[in-house]
Design a protein around this ligand. Structure first.
Ligand SMILES: [Zn+2]
Length: 231
């Protein structure tokens, strides 16, 4: 496995439509493995292949930590206590540099830019993937086949650091997809899982949450304004 660089808003690749995955061999498996590693390193809830520069319909989702619900994909990128974040990002960048080989040197920058907290060490590795009612999903060619209810909640994105927004999403979705070996999967998601599924599937269409958010807010700027007030 290897960390991959997370593409940020402004790069055209995030605006393109991803292609269907038709081969389920080593190349696809490596992509998924790298996406898991990259998402965890960035403390994310979800990651879609275009976010690592690959226009394929592949997503990974980890909803083990309900604390991150408000931030959806990211750990308040660039937000909150900026000094603590800078320290964490620097740790994370060092870890990334150590973990990655020379070919992946860009990931160190990326971790620093993403302002992500240190990678979570508390995610159990033995949780099942794609289990009904589970927390971890890796989906190829996912499509929402049913959606109902509505929720308006804050979310963020590893590719849009420093911004959160209020986004209206279905409260429940049913998604059909295939797993890494091409077997069909149906996922029923509610709450944070529904939101993550919907957010990641949007990435495959070139849509970012900021396109559909009803309000957005810059985290870094607000944090520094708050700091000035208290100084
Ligand atoms: Zn995203």
């Amino acid at each position: 496995m290897a960390l991959r660089a997370i593409v940020v808003d402004g790069d055209d690749i995030l605006r393109k439509k991803s292609k269907e995955v038709k081969k389920f061999g080593e190349r696809t498996h490596t992509l998924l493995d790298d996406m898991w590693e990259t998402m965890r390193d960035a403390n994310g809830v979800g990651l879609a292949a275009p976010q690592v520069g690959v226009l394929r319909r592949a997503v990974v989702i980890d909803v083990t930590d309900p604390e991150r619900d408000d931030d959806d994909e990211g750990a308040t990128p660039g937000g909150g206590d900026s000094a603590a974040n800078a320290a964490a990002a620097s740790d994370s960048a060092n870890a990334a540099a150590n973990a990655a080989d020379a070919a992946n040197a860009a990931t160190a920058d990326d971790a620093a830019n993403g302002g992500a907290a240190a990678p979570r060490a508390d995610v159990p590795d033995d949780l099942p993937v794609n289990a009904p009612g589970g927390f971890l999903y890796e989906l190829l060619n996912p499509t929402i086949v049913e959606a109902d209810g509505e929720s308006l909640e804050k979310e963020g994105c590893l590719s849009v650091p420093g911004i959160v927004g209020l986004v209206r999403r279905p409260e429940r979705v049913t998604v059909k997809a295939v797993g890494r070996d091409g077997g069909e999967i149906t996922v029923k998601g509610e709450g944070i899982l529904a939101k993550a599924l919907s957010h990641e599937i949007d990435h495959l269409e070139g849509v970012l949450f900021t396109d559909i958010a009803e309000e957005t807010e810059k985290l870094g700027r607000r944090a520094s304004e708050d700091e000035e007030e208290y100084e």
